[in-house]
Design a protein around this ligand. Structure first.
Ligand code: THU
Length: 136
C-alpha cells in the first residue's frame, strides 16, 4: 500500500505554502477525518527560532479549530532522501489528537512509509484523568 494520491497532493500543496525563510526546509501535512474532509498545514517559522511550528501541528491544530474530529489518515511530506520523520513534539501531539490515524511519512518523490502513532511515540505522556486546574 502506498499513500493515497489525494492526501499526498494536499500535503504537497500545503508544503508549497511553507514559511521557512530560516531553515529553507519546507514541510507539508494533510489530515483526513472520518467524514472525508482534508485539513492541511505547513511549517511556519519565526525570527525567534523557538516559535517555529511544524506542519503536522499546524494541520492538527487547524483541524481542531475547524471542529473536525476523528482523523483517520495523515500525510507528511518533505524533500528528503528516505521519508520525513516527525519531531518529538509533533509525535506527542499526533498521539493525543490522532492516536488511531494511519500516518504516511513521505518524500516529494512520492515514496512513503506507513506508521501508527504508537510506533512514533512508545510510552507516551498522557493525562487520562487530569486534575481540575487550580483557580485563585
Ligand atoms: N519541520 C516540520 O514542519 N515537520 C517535521 O516533521 C520536521 C521539521 C519543520 C520545522 C522547521 O520549520 C523546519 O522543518 C526545520 O526543522
Amino acid at each position: 500500500m502506498s499513500v493515497p494520491a489525494d492526501l499526498f497532493e494536499a500535503a504537497l500543496e500545503a508544503r508549497r505554502r511553507a514559511y521557512a525563510p530560516y531553515s529553507h526546509f519546507q514541510v507539508g501535512a494533510a489530515v483526513r477525518d472520518r467524514g472525508g474532509a482534508i485539513t492541511i498545514g505547513c511549517n511556519v517559522e519565526n525570527a525567534s527560532y523557538g516559535l517555529c511550528c511544524c506542519a503536522e501541528r499546524v494541520a492538527l491544530f487547524d483541524m481542531v479549530a475547524a471542529a473536525r474530529k476523528e482523523p483517520v489518515e495523515i500525510c507528511v511530506v518533505a524533500d528528503v532522501s528516505g521519508v520525513v520523520s516527525p519531531c518529538g513534539a509533533c509525535r506527542q501531539v499526533i498521539y493525543e489528537l490522532a492516536r488511531d490515524a494511519v500516518i504516511w511519512l513521505c518524500n516529494t518523490h512520492g515514496e512513503s512509509r506507513q506508521v501508527l502513532a504508537a510506533d512514533l511515540l512508545p510510552f507516551p505522556f498522557t493525562l487520562n484523568d487530569p486534575p481540575a486546574p487550580d483557580r485563585p
